[in-house]
Design a protein around this ligand. Structure first.
Ligand code: SF4
Length: 375
């Protein structure tokens, strides 16, 4: 039976963080959950041949929803889809948005993995990027989650924050690893145009390029010395705790997204739900043809491009046999001398089975990915 992953978008946040350009906003939840459940159930007939292997509730801040709503969403999925026995169900949450009772209800609803957005253990850094919590609030949420029985927890951290130093970043790494979460995502802040932090960037001092690189090396070395293996450019896990859901994206598995602005890719067809609530509502009720998202059928070349640049994000790289099975030819037949040239430049390494980025290749990964684009 084919495998399917489900992404659920909850676009609500208590307050917008200053660096955030995700589709999220502080607003009344209104009838959003009903719309979502309607979309989930009415789409189910398309996926009768599939078994759901992972569900990811992301946002926004899914934990701002009452626990009853989360239960309703999960019940709707279970009632309408075939579910794998060892399904991974992740929910993103922000510190301070849950209490013990809520967390217990999440477990009852079927959550078996949570992802907590900490970003930094330094309260001033948190304040500067507009997070709603301080470190103590995060600690209470984390400890509560452990106490109620979550055995698979991810913590998100960020480097290159305004006012951050290598020393303060190391303190964050120490604080996080001392809690022994199963998974750590470590991203570098990207200043997105249009965000308040972008507009006010000249008011802050950001780490220099050199410090940025130092933080990057520190992340790899420190996390590895604490027993976390890096399995994707920015993701680290204890043995056996890699995130199944994210691997589906990188390995181009089939996934369907429900909710405002959610993206899907099933059988090499991509589409994206409307980003406007009124249009989304009209789409869910199929009231107007203009609200139905365009479906983009990926050409073979586009599929190969994605296979390469998504697969290369993973430390194990892309699998040669997998490529040959999918496209009926070897990577070299499709890309000529490009892989060899990248190997000679020290950016790619390869063995009999896989082709992967080297350390140098990770540093210039965007350049390497671009080499696999056809014109
Ligand atoms: S919590 Fe996440 S989604 Fe919400 S505003 Fe902050 S960064 Fe954006």
């Amino acid at each position: 039976m084919k495998e399917l992953s489900i992404y659920i978008h909850i676009p609500f946040c208590i307050r917008k963080c200053l660096y955030c350009d995700f589709l999220s906003f502080p607003a009344e939840i209104g009838n959003y959950v009903n719309l979502l459940c309607r979309e989930i159930s009415s789409s189910a007939p398309e996926y009768q041949q599939y078994q759901v292997v992972s569900v990811f509730l992301g946002g926004g801040t899914p934990s701002v929803l009452p626990a009853m709503d989360i239960s309703l969403i999960m019940e709707t999925i279970r009632d309408n889809y075939r579910i794998s026995q060892d399904i991974e169900v992740t929910m993103e949450m922000n510190p301070g948005t849950v209490d013990e009772d809520k967390l217990r209800q999440y477990i009852t609803a079927g959550m078996n993995r949570i992802s907590i957005g900490l970003q930094s253990a330094d309260d001033e850094e948190l304040l500067r990027i507009g997070r709603i919590h301080d470190y103590q609030t995060f600690l209470r949420t984390y400890e509560l989650a452990r106490r109620v029985g979550f055995h698979n927890i991810n913590i998100d951290i960020m480097s290159a924050l305004p006012g951050q130093s290598v020393v303060s970043y190391e303190r964050t790494l120490r604080a996080v690893t001392s809690l022994e979460p199963e998974h750590i995502s470590a991203y570098s802040l990207i200043l997105e145009e249009g965000t308040p932090l972008y507009e006010r960037q000249y008011e802050y001092s950001f780490p220099t390029e050199e410090e940025d690189r130092e933080m990057y090396s520190l992340t790899k070395d420190f996390l590895s010395s604490c027993g976390y293996h890096r399995y994707e450019i920015s993701n680290y896990a204890r043995e056996g705790y890699e995130c199944c859901h994210n691997k589906v994206y990188w390995q181009r598995g089939d996934y369907v997204g429900f909710g405002l602005g959610a993206s899907s890719m099933v059988r090499n067809v991509r589409w994206k739900n409307p980003e406007d609530l009124t249009l989304y509502e009209a789409y869910v009720y199929r009231q107007e043809d203009m609200c139905v998202p365009d479906r983009q059928i990926l050409t073979e070349k586009e599929q190969m491009e994605e296979y390469m640049f998504l697969g290369l994000r993973m430390m194990c790289g892309v699998n040669r046999q997998g490529f040959a099975r999918t496209f009926g030819r070897q990577i070299e037949e499709a890309y000529g001398e490009i892989p060899d040239r990248l190997c000679r430049q020290g950016l790619l390494a390869q063995d009999k089975n896989n082709m992967m980025l080297t350390e140098l290749g990770i540093d210039v990964s965007n350049y390497v990915f671009a080499q696999f684009l056809f014109d």
